[in-house]
Design a protein around this ligand. Structure first.
Ligand code: GLA
Length: 398
């Protein structure tokens, strides 16, 4: 199908149900804490289920659990309570065959050893803070610099490297996993005791919905996001994936990937994804911003009102027919094309991850917002509740 044709298909037609609901009474869904119940984690029968199994120990010896949520329409997600990592996400292709569309490892030890944030829950601050410093209420805070001169993704031991309290349950929308964590005042240099909750729900329309909330007892900054590496074909390059991003502007960066503060119109640049365009179509252009990112590694200023959950981006993969829609209430979207993957990581089932074998879409506040007064604020004060919804919704084009 030509790329511009799938785009014109009404949104309602994107959601294809492979197993018709015989009943929508979710209360009857089978919840199985199912170590030892064979068949519970396969896609072969249309029963919603939750299973859990041990997934090794963190470096302090804490036991980690891997949860698998399965809906009745052929989708299945595995998440562990170390780092809130999404370790696998299986959704049907256009023939109804499920396939894993995220990069990751087979075991926890590999995630702990060397992971570029595969599937991770990112916090307290997703993306970069210049030189690891910011000032809030007249106090200067210093963070570890773990990305050249800058702080990235919450520090040396960010939310992607801690063990969360976990509880799986069947919600009205589908099987769900709740993770909670208390980040102590001063952890990784950030002020305030921050109490964080992340709820992952696998909905019956094949969406992975994440709801983050947080409260603090002292003024602080918060920017939580999700860092799955997607490949809708399950393997190979993502340069043929066709992307739409609903943004008239993006935030150009300096050579260390810190925004300059400008909101630059995408018109006439390789950053204009308002019409669906293959990732690879312009990625090699002689463009300073593409050079700084070694490809796309930028934040787009998403149209519409921040706070409203809206479609930020759509990605279509022609061979499988899979479509991913990214929705969120956040003002920005970091679109990263796996430019740091270089063939040195061996992932699930022995797959070697090469340059640009995946892309990330991380709904977020803009990078370095604590140092950019003109950007939407990331300050959270006592009494207020931080809230962020991110939805990765899957469907197929016939
Ligand atoms: C984010 C950043 C990238 C890179 C990845 C992790 O997407 O913007 O530059 O650091 O995380 O490798």
């Amino acid at each position: 199908m030509p790329h511009d044709v799938w785009w014109r298909i009404p949104e309602s037609l994107f959601v294809m149900h492979y197993f018709p609901f015989s009943s929508r009474i979710l209360g009857l869904a089978l919840i199985t804490l199912a170590i030892g119940l064979p068949g519970c984690s396969t896609n072969s029968h249309p029963t919603a289920a939750i299973t859990e199994k041990p997934f090794g120990n963190d470096t302090q010896g804490a036991a980690v659990t891997l949860y698998t949520l399965k809906n009745r329409n052929g989708a299945e997600v595995s998440i562990c309570n170390y780092g809130g990592l999404v370790t696998s996400l299986k959704v049907p292709d256009r023939s109804g065959k499920p396939g894993d569309v995220v990069l990751g490892f087979d075991n926890l030890a590999d995630y702990i050893k060397d992971s570029p944030y595969f599937g991770a829950l990112i916090g307290r601050y997703g993306n970069r803070i210049a030189k690891g410093k910011f000032t809030l209420d007249g106090n200067q805070y210093t963070l570890a610099t773990n990305n050249g001169p800058n702080a990235l993704h919450g520090g040396l031991k960010g939310f992607d490297k801690v063990v969360w309290h976990s509880r799986a349950y069947q919600s009205a929308l589908g099987p769900a996993l709740e993770l909670t964590y208390l980040s102590k005042d001063g952890e990784e240099g950030y002020p305030g005791n921050l109490s964080v909750k992340a709820v992952y729900t696998l909905t019956e329309d094949n969406a992975l919905k994440l709801e983050y909330t947080a409260t603090t007892d002292k003024d602080t900054v918060v920017n939580l996001t999700q860092h799955s590496y997607f490949n809708l074909a399950g393997k190979g390059t993502v340069l043929d994936h066709v992307v739409m991003i609903d943004a008239d502007k993006f935030t150009p960066v300096d050579s260390t990937l810190i925004p300059t503060g400008e909101l630059r119109p995408v018109d006439g640049t390789p950053f204009d994804f308002r019409k669906p365009t293959a990732i690879g179509a312009r990625i090699g252009q002689d463009d300073e911003q593409l050079k700084f990112g070694n490809g796309y590694d930028h934040n787009w200023v998403i149209n519409g009102r921040s706070g409203d959950v809206r479609v930020m981006a759509r990605v279509y993969e022609p061979t499988s027919g899979r479509i991913l829609e990214v929705l969120s209430s956040e003002p920005g979207l970091q679109f990263y094309t796996g430019n740091f993957l270089d063939g040195t990581l061996k992932g699930k089932n022995g797959q070697v991850y090469q340059f640009r074998n995946a892309f990330c879409m991380e709904p977020q506040h803009f990078p370095d917002s604590p140092n950019k007064p003109t950007f939407p604020s990331v300050v959270l004060r006592p009494g207020a509740v931080y809230h962020n919804t991110i939805i990765y919704r899957f469907s197929v084009s016939p």
